[in-house]
Design a protein. Sequence first.
Length: 278
Amino acid sequence: MGKTIVITGVSSGIGAGLSQHLLSKGYRVIGTVRKAGDAAALNASPDFTEVIFDVNERHGIQHLIQAVKSVCGETSLFALINNAGIAIAGPMECLPDEEFERLIDTNVLAVRRITNGLLPLMGQGSRIVNISSVSGLFNSPFTGAYCISKHALESMTDVYRRELMSFGIDVIAIEPGPIKTPIWGKSRGTLDRFFDTRYGTMLRNADKIIDNAEKSGLPVERVCAAVEHALERSKPSSRYLIHPKKWLFRFVSGWLPDRWADLLVARTMKGGNRHRAV
C-alpha cells in the first residue's frame, strides 16, 4: 500500500494536477475541497479520499485530522502539501482590509493551523511541502497582498524546517513562476474598481499583463516533477524555483540593486504587455 499524502485545495489548478500525478505514482492522496463534488475527476481512484474542508474554518481542522487518522491507521502520515491559496490584486492603499485579511488567513495562518494539526501524525522521514511562489522572492506592484503572504510562507518554511530537522521531518518550498492555472485569471476585470483612483492609468494594462503571463505560463507538470523530487529524494533541495527564465529571475530577485529593480518594474508597468520584468 502506498504512502499517504494530504494535499489542500485539489479542486483545480496545481492541486488537481498534483493529486493526479501522485496517484499515478502509487501514493494514497487525501485531498481537501470546499464543497462536495469539486474533486469528481479524482474520486474515480480508489486511492483518493475527498475531505470537505474550508481552510478558513478554524474548527474544521479536527475533521481533517480524523479523516487522516482513518486512512493512515497506525502508520505515520508521509507528507503534507500545503497548496490551497488565493490571489487578490489591487493597490495596497485601496485594497479593503477584509480582503487583505482573508488572503493572509488563507495563504499564511491556515498553513500554520493545518501544519500544527497534522504534525502529531507525522514522524521520521515525513515531508511538508509548501507551495509558495516567485512572489515570495520578488515584490510586484498591485499584487502586494499576495507577495506579502508568500514572503511570510517562505520564512515559515525555513523556521519549521530548522525546528523539525531534529525529528527527521523535512520542510520544503516550491516556488512556481507563471503556471497555466486559473488563479490569476480569476482576477481579470476585478481591477476596474480601482480605475478611478490615482493608480488608474497604471492599472489599465493589468489585464494584458495577466493574459501575457497566462500564455507564457509553464505547464502544471513542471510543478508536479519538482514536488515528486522533493518527496522521493533522500536529500531534496530546501526550495525549488520553477521559472521559464530561472537564472535571470535569481539575478533580478537576489542580486539586482533595489533601485535598478524599481526601474525595471516601472518600465514593465509603462509598457503593459510589450515588456516583462522577468
